[in-house]
Design a protein around this ligand. Sequence first.
Ligand SMILES: NC(=O)c1ccc[n+]([C@@H]2O[C@H](COP(=O)([O-])OP(=O)(O)OC[C@H]3O[C@@H](n4cnc5c(N)ncnc54)[C@H](OP(=O)(O)O)[C@@H]3O)[C@@H](O)[C@H]2O)c1
Length: 253
Amino acid sequence: MKRIEGMSILITGGGSGLGAGSAKYFCDRGAKVTICGRRKDKVEAVAAGIGPGCHAVQADVTRDADRRALVDAALEHGGGLDALINNAGNMYRGPIEELDEQALLDVFHTNVIAGMLLTGLCVDALAAREGAVVFVGSIHNRRAFPGVSPYAATKGAVETLSRVLAAELGPRKIRVNCVAPGAVLTEINQRAGLFTDDEARARLESMVDMHALDRIGKAEEIAEAMAYLVCAEWTTGALVDVDGGLGLGLAQA
Ligand SMILES: NC(=O)c1ccc[n+]([C@@H]2O[C@H](COP(=O)([O-])OP(=O)(O)OC[C@H]3O[C@@H](n4cnc5c(N)ncnc54)[C@H](OP(=O)(O)O)[C@@H]3O)[C@@H](O)[C@H]2O)c1
């Protein structure tokens, strides 16, 4: 396994949730981490809370100029690049008859296209360090929840992308993998109305029963899997479910 200490890691969407949790995880272990988000105050507050190892950049990953400035900032902060974690993501859900075309384009832009283009920008720097790319999929890659087709489709795309890019970038010694988190209480779920009102809390309780391990997850538990995928030198093209057993589809006996 590679050591995290001394690595340079770029994590998109680090101003909250899993991105913030993983930035702390990697910085606590001696990495230099660059995080980004559209909300300057959020991303800067996370970096300030973590310390000088974490560098905040205000960037929208759907914008070409922002992506280029972000990669330059990560190279400067970390003195190179060992890993890119394509974590930034948004939720869009709704019945198939009511979907809005622009909202669909937007969620694919953020969740899929931005990560593809950012990965392309990082290839030379990652090849120089025999580095890694981690895409963030979802439990929606494994379980079919009605009404979430837009978001689930983006996460299916990300899983496929990881496998194809693992094959494409293997000759350059870059590993590409996908972590598929289960339910973790973050802003994305709150914005989607999960875990907030009474009905949502009831839904959460029923979800807890669907987990083999009887609880939802924590951001640092997703970071542990990201760390494995960043460091494991013979793992590429893998999908790692980290979901407390939610993906098992437990049936009542
Ligand atoms: N939490 C879960 O249960 C769960 C489960 C499975 C998968 N995931 C995936 O995990 C990843 C992180 O989500 P999360 O749960 O941590 O939710 P979150 O707290 O909402 O984090 C998402 C982050 O992405 C950033 N972001 C969104 N659009 C962006 C853009 N265009 N440019 C730059 N940054 C952008 C947001 O910051 P700004 O708004 O400031 O830009 C936000 O900080 C997502 O890919 C999500 O799909 C989460």
